[in-house]
Design a protein around this ligand. Structure first.
Ligand SMILES: [Fe+2]
Ligand SMILES: [Fe+2]
Length: 186
């Protein structure tokens, strides 16, 4: 497991107040989406190794690997939808608001429609990560595992922490901010 599967613990905390939603979009993509794209393949390699080495004595590892693969795939398509459909529109809204107009036409009616879809995806992802936590008993490696093997569970724990923060920023700051902006501009 390489270091890039973990975020820099010395990184400054992220604020919950973002006056410029365009900057918040950029931050989410450059920080959280980037991290997910790095961490998923690295953790996947680690889980393949765990299944090969410990699968016979810990059969639940097969399910852990399968569920993480599903989560990784769901997040991949989810982030693509955000980056290609919703986020460019939010960035345009933020730009229109800074220039006081004109209101950009949207391909999907109100922004509430894609926001609702993204929120549903978030609930699915949180359900999967909660199941992973339970299956791994809170990412607790068995005592007999080597430190390298245990590092894969530590990486999964960091992945959950980052995912929760990522979703919290979108659900409680970015999306309500976009809905509010759209309402003020129409
Ligand atoms: Fe996201
Ligand atoms: Fe999201």
């Amino acid at each position: 497991m390489t270091e890039s599967a973990s975020r820099d613990p010395a990184a400054p905390p992220e604020p919950d107040h973002w006056p410029d939603l365009g900057l918040l979009v950029r931050h989410i993509v450059e920080t959280h989406h980037r991290y997910v794209r790095q961490a998923v393949p690295e953790i996947t390699v680690g889980l393949h190794h765990l299944v090969n080495v410990h699968g016979p004595t810990h059969p639940s590892l097969h399910r852990v690997r399968q569920m993480f693969a599903r989560l990784g795939e769901e997040l991949r398509t989810h982030m693509e939808k955000e980056e290609h459909i919703l986020f460019p529109y939010i960035t345009e809204l933020a730009g229109a608001s800074a220039r006081t107009g004109p209101f950009p036409p949207s391909p999907f009616g109100t922004v509430a429609n894609p926001v609702r879809m993204m929120e549903d995806d978030h609930q699915d992802a949180l359900g999967l990560i909660a199941d992973l936590r339970e299956l791994t008993e809170g990412y607790t490696p068995p005592l007999e595992w080597s430190s390298d093997d245990a590092a894969c569970y530590a990486a999964l724990a960091r992945f959950e922490a980052d995912l929760r923060r990522h979703i919290q920023l979108e659900d409680t700051v970015l999306f309500p901010g976009a809905l509010d902006l759209e309402e003020r501009l129409t």
